[in-house]
Design a protein around this ligand. Structure first.
Ligand code: AMP
Length: 581
């Protein structure tokens, strides 16, 4: 069975294709959004999703979130007994989604289409494919998030040709794509974005302002008083969401140990203040929009519709800015948190040739320029470090292009090929994807010819081939910087290592989550309520040990009722305050 997965910075979601269209898959807590958070408790047992998010408030050092930003890099974090890369942490999220899907669909799920920000580079895409493998999934396709959103919107749309702008502001990344929709075709014309711009930046800025008002400096406080910062971040996340639907919100400030002591210190924030403080973040969407429209060879007025994707587009200031830029109100028929997973499921249906999708054709573009490093003759000398583009940004994929290079010196028998991605004239300002050496060039005068072929596949994964023209000798490399030299046996070992991590049985997830939620709440309550909650918790843990099903259900509903009295300020997992058409 194949599913579509939106592996998000803050939330992830999975969906599958039915004859009636794509459907979301609920997790063990019956929710369609699973927080992209992983944690290990003091027994080194693993938590994923909402339970991990709860644990993160109490023990931030045992949990990791927002790691998607580090995909494909050497970044690592220690959690409990071992260190994890972003790729490994992502595999744990994917595994959890796979297990939820298997439980929901009652079948083995072993294939997936996974979405990535359009702006993800080659390393990040490869890392995503590997994360899928580590989770026991064959990744059939990697597709761009805005493309997935356009597919979800484009499905069953008929009528005139539309040019839509997909504005995707997620937890950590911003993408904008210009897409043509006509007669069942979804054709991406241009994509642009920023890898480090998202809803988390708004939360962090708010937290920094709140902390500043109490004499703290955010970066220093993170190191010195992590429990305080974790709580303030959680409160600011909730406040930010409240400010999406009301004019003011409060942030409660705990003491340096993260405890709320009476009388609790509070900061009141108005929507206007929040808007002013985060103006500089929002301003950063302008340039990628301008670039995408320019690359699509259009004017702003040519855009017939704007669609919003990503949780951060629920902020009224974002909607307002988008309306100003495009001079039209954006559409939000589909839930911005779910639309990407739905589109991924449609793509999964295309992979398996689901008959309901016979008329749908999707084409995408490469969001970056790809090329090689060359030397140029400047006056009488040769100077290295120049970038020669081979595939220009926003070329429709798949694509294959050849560029002929020639040796600089007489009797030069080898040539180093540096492969870069970026838009700058000098390679030092672009991203080095990989380099390799072409050997066996015949001796002779300068000017021996070498053909460099770049092939960019449907997943946005690059393959480079060099051929010495005279001898037809070929060197080919798949650009796999961080997964270089990984053999199938090594992948198998890595999969086994990830599988060995102790997880809770799926049916226990809801109970574990409830305990973590109650433990967090315990710290925030007055002594009187604490005693009551402690009694409930003790009783709940006892009946869990005894495996008394009936008593477990009873305690569970009592605890739910108790906790819900105190959680009015909590961030709701999925708000329903989106304007619908
Ligand atoms: P995504 O990666 O698309 O799931 O986007 C998640 C981001 O959207 C996070 O930074 C959330 O804080 C943010 N978000 C979700 N709901 C809201 C809301 N109602 N108001 C403001 N931001 C939100």
């Amino acid at each position: 069975m194949i599913i579509g997965i939106d592996l998000g910075t803050t939330f992830s979601a999975a969906a599958y294709m039915t004859s009636d269209g794509p459907r979301l898959i609920p997790n063990a807590l019956s929710e369609t959004l699973t927080p992209s958070v992983v944690g290990f408790d003091t027994d080194d047992a693993m938590f994923v999703g909402r339970a991990a998010k709860e644990l993160a408030v109490l023990q931030p050092d045992r949990c990791a979130s927002v790691f998607k930003r580090y995909m494909g890099s050497t970044w690592k974090v220690r959690l409990g007994k071992r260190e994890f890369t972003a790729e490994e942490l992502s595999s744990l999220i994917l595994r959890s989604l796979k297990e939820d899907a298997e439980a929901h669909l009652d079948t083995i799920v072993d294939r997936a289409v996974i979405t990535v920000p359009a702006y993800f580079n080659d390393n990040q895409r490869k890392a995503t494919i590997r994360a899928g493998q580590l989770a026991g999934l064959t990744v059939e396709r990697i597709i761009n998030e805005p493309t997935a959103a356009a597919i979800a919107y484009g499905l069953h749309e008929s009528g005139d040709e539309k040019v839509i702008a997909v504005f995707d502001l997620g937890g950590g990344t911003f993408d904008v794509s210009i897409v043509d929709l006509f007669d069942g075709a979804v054709e991406v014309r241009a994509s642009s974005g920023e890898a480090f711009l998202g809803g988390e930046d708004f939360t962090q800025t708010l937290a920094a302002r709140v902390l500043e008002s109490r004499g703290f400096v955010f970066e220093r406080a993170e190191l010195e008083t992590p429990a305080l910062v974790a709580r303030v971040m959680q409160q600011c996340e909730a406040a930010k969401r409240l400010l999406s639907r009301q004019d003011a919100a409060r942030v409660r400030i705990p003491n340096r140990d993260g405890q709320y002591v009476d009388p609790v210190d509070e900061v009141q924030i108005s929507r206007d203040e929040f808007t002013k403080w985060t103006e500089h973040i929002l301003a950063r969407v302008e340039l990628p929009i301008r670039r995408a429209i320019g690359d699509a060879k259009l004017n702003r007025t040519d855009i017939t519709e704007v669609i919003l994707v990503g949780g951060a587009t629920r902020m009224p200031t974002v909607v307002q800015r988008v309306t100003e830029i495009f001079q039209k109100e954006p559409r939000s028929r589909l839930n911005p948190d779910e639309v990407v997973a739905l589109g991924a499921a449609v793509q999964a249906g295309l992979v398996t040739r689901n008959s309901s999708l016979d008329d749908l054709v999707v084409t995408d573009v490469s969001p970056f320029t790809l090329g090689v490093e060359i030397s140029k003759q400047i006056g009488t000398e040769y100077r290295g470090g120049y970038f020669l583009p081979i595939i220009s940004r926003n070329t429709t994929i798949p694509v294959s292009r050849v560029q002929r290079l020639s040796t600089l010196h007489a009797n030069q028998t080898q040539l180093r090929v540096g492969v870069y991605q970026g838009e700058a004239r000098r390679t030092q300002d672009n991203l080095l994807l990989d380099d390799f050496v072409v050997q066996g060039i015949p001796r002779g005068p300068a000017g021996q010819e070498i053909d460099i072929r770049f092939t960019y596949d449907l997943n946005g994964v690059l393959e480079v081939e060099a051929t010495v023209v005279e001898t037809k000798r070929k060197v080919s490399v798949v650009i796999t910087k961080h997964a270089k030299g990984v053999s199938p046996a090594e992948i198998e070992r890595a999969v086994a290592a990830m599988e060995a991590l102790k997880t809770h049985p799926r049916e226990e997830t809801a109970n574990r989550f409830l305990i973590k939620r109650a433990e967090r709440m315990y710290q925030e309550l007055s002594v009187f309520h604490r005693d009551h909650l402690a009694e409930l918790l003790d009783g709940f843990e006892t009946v869990l040990d005894l495996q008394d099903r009936e008593a477990i259900d009873r305690y569970r509903s009592e605890m739910e009722i108790f906790l819900s009295q105190f959680e009015s300020q909590e961030p709701a997992g999925d708000d329903d305050d989106v304007a619908s058409e």
